[in-house]
Design a protein around this ligand. Sequence first.
Ligand code: DNO
Length: 363
Amino acid sequence: MKMVFRWFGEGNDFIPLEHIKQIPGVEGIVWALHDIPAGEVWPMEKINEVKQQAERLGFNIDVVESVNIHEDIKLGLPTRETYIDNYIKTIENLAQAGIKVICYNFMPVFDWVRTDLFKELEDGSTALFYENSKIANIEPTDLVNTISRNYDFTMPGWEPERLDYLSDLFDQYKDVTEEDLWDNLHYFLNRIIPVAEKNGIKMAIHPDDPPFSVFGLPRIITNKQNIRRLLNLIDSPYNGLTLCSGSLGASEDNNIVEMIQEFSDRIPFAHIRNVKRFENGDFIETSHRITDGSINIYGVMKALYDSNFNGYVRPDHGRHIWDEKCRPGYGLYDRALGIMYLWGIWDSLVRTRKETNHYAVNQ
Ligand code: DNO
């Protein structure tokens, strides 16, 4: 397991790389060029700039999250050709800089959706929260205005180029069914997976967050059956999955451990975090600890370990604790605690296997 940490870039993240360096066992940063709109080519100079910043502290930049997909590709419009050509150019540029994994998603309009970014937990910390009844009674534009317009930074997944044309986008998706979305994803993969293969980059699709339709938009990367379908669309190790325990875990029908057991050889990258689900379908993000949420984080780590997982893992959204001023979900403190929890489980699995082998040898 290679531990990595998401960082939003110089001048765009509250956390200096020097602080990330002090978290035990972090080998690389997970990054993106957040100022390049979806659909445009990522220029070599800008990629190299991040590489230099990271390498100064001994970090790799092997994992990119995300190269976002232009809506015209998801909608299957004729204009998708140019955007796919640009995507291919970006893959080639990233390969030149040594990138190994590209995380992306295929969610229409919105990436992740929550109703409250700073909901208080019992311990006084705050975290991202999803409230079913609120979604049922709010217009998407109002949600955007209450959630994401209050900051002087752009949140990933809520970039201005999506939000400024919200009602047009909703109109365009009016007649797009889940099957249309599958077709458009298949078309996109047919063009990019051969390029990814040639360039040694694994494409790792992120599941939909939450894993069900929101505001009537189609969503397809939501459960085991659909992930199997995605991986079978093109049966190549370069067509992979970002296993996100928190996104998939927001639905009680998803058994993450079983998914890892079935798909382990197609998971180059994992996001590990916990969420607490409520009976009415609401959910809140919690600490990574197994007892704080609904997800069997120990089981997730053990399933990865048992499959000899050698990919990249990052802690995912944390709570906001100790009065930290940070991006929602992306503070330093709780994600660092999360890492130590993940290492704790991992190291004891390694230790147990060693001791068992030793015992067996000495019998
Ligand atoms: C939110 C993230 C997502 C994720 C994308 C991957 O915090 O988990 O924005 O990066 O869905 O493409």
